[in-house]
Design a binder for this molecule. Sequence first.
Ligand code: NAD
Ligand code: IPM
Ligand code: MN
Length: 475
Amino acid sequence: MTLSQFWTMIFGKQIVWDERARGRDKLALRGGQRLRFSDTHLGLANLAQLLINALTGNWPTAGRPVTLTCFVGRVSLPSLAQSCSRKVRLERKPAQRRGGHVLRMTTKPTNPSGKMPLRWGGEAARIAVIPGDGIGKEVTPEAVKVLRAVTAPAKRPLEFVEFDWGADRYLKDGVSLPAGAVEMLRDEFDAILFGALGDPRVPSNQHAADILLGLRFKLDLYVNARPVELLHERLTPLRDRTEKDIQLMVFRENTEGLYVGVGGFFKKGTADEIAMQEDVNSRKGVERIIRYAYDYARQNGLKRVCMSDKSNAMTFAHDLWQRVFKEVKQEYPKIESRHLYIDTLCMEIVRDPSQFDVIVTCNLFGDIVSDLGAQLAGGLGLAPSGNIHPGRTSLFEPVHGSAPNIAGKGIANPFGSVLASAMMLDFLGWKPEAQVLREGVKAALKENFVTPDLGGVKQTVEVGDWLAKFADRVQ
Ligand code: NAD
Ligand code: IPM
Ligand code: MN
């Protein structure tokens, strides 16, 4: 295969190698068919990533060894090799042409079990299960039980692999997110089912920052989708509101903002102490979440998108949100666009939640507004969320935390985790099965087969068993 055939396969268009643009640390490609790469200098890591994707992922021969020989010009071979080394064995020999090398790349098997995730042509949808701490360890097994029941008759199985990352492990051997974990999840799993993290024995919450925020950032899960849906009218604390009034989706930016951990202390522990935490907003980051919200509205026949910020006070960070919003909304003339400051939004959601279909906001405000929304729909016990990067390994979890106040008592509500599992099934393309999970939760609510937070007397495991039986029955 020639290099231009190689690029053609990756991009689906004819790409020709631009010999003139060879450089020490960059490669440039010039595209045929008006696709021009001459001004897109691919860094070595990007090139390596493209090669890896082609060789192990999107390549039609995914999962089988592929050998590719290509001429790479004068790029720094050690750095290319380093970027590739985990996935690709490299051999090189000098090429005839001056300054060039011929690289032979052969994919290494990445997964000892030899199983590839579904989206790479594997047989099973591979789910990494991270129960975490506290009630995460109680609700997640119930969700897995229900998932097994609902997918049992399907031709394609779900495969679960559990990981013990959390406070116990962190306190025992100091490991929060183990080295190589991100790459493994990215390459060998379709999705992650996550419980919750947080333990009074780790007051710094360091393990949660490493694991949960680490996965959100490192897997680039830029969409945090948090639906607020009233499943039974008795659950809302709002007077005279029914299911039709409380149906909205909160899209929370999930990789930037005040969560990035840029900041520090000055003169810590003294009377003159200064503590700083930076709000980091990139043009790309803001644009992609706003655009995702509009695309979601359009695809689901929803008419209204509300962007919420605090641009009257945060005159730099949220000025960017304002400008991007004004630009992107022009592209969706059939959707009613609206802006509310976050304080007003909180007030309006409580006053009349029926005025919202889709809300899009920054990381911190999305965190806060999704708990507010959760309570309007019955509480944290039944609020689900999806941390998504379309087309990549994504993470699904209940909105609630580890709830140390009820952990170990067997009374945590598993609905949030089960509904997050339904979001995961939707993401994997198992729509009917996802619907069965939602119907199951609605049926349990109707029969009042619920945990104490919703006024019932049932235990976590009893509710899980009930939902699993429901799934069996409707199959
Ligand atoms: P929390 O969500 O754990 O609990 C808030 C309240 O809601 C508590 O009264 C709790 O009993 C109740 N609750 C939550 N989930 C419930 C369920 N499934 N069934 C019944 N009741 C439920 O929030 P918190 O108390 O502020 O935080 C506790 C710990 O969890 C902290 O360490 C926090 O950082 C962490 N946390 C983690 C996540 C996550 O991992 N995604 C999310 C939020 C909080
Ligand atoms: C959530 C949680 C997390 C967040 C915490 C545990 C860092 O509250 O998932 O909503 O703020 O994102
Ligand atoms: Mn939260």
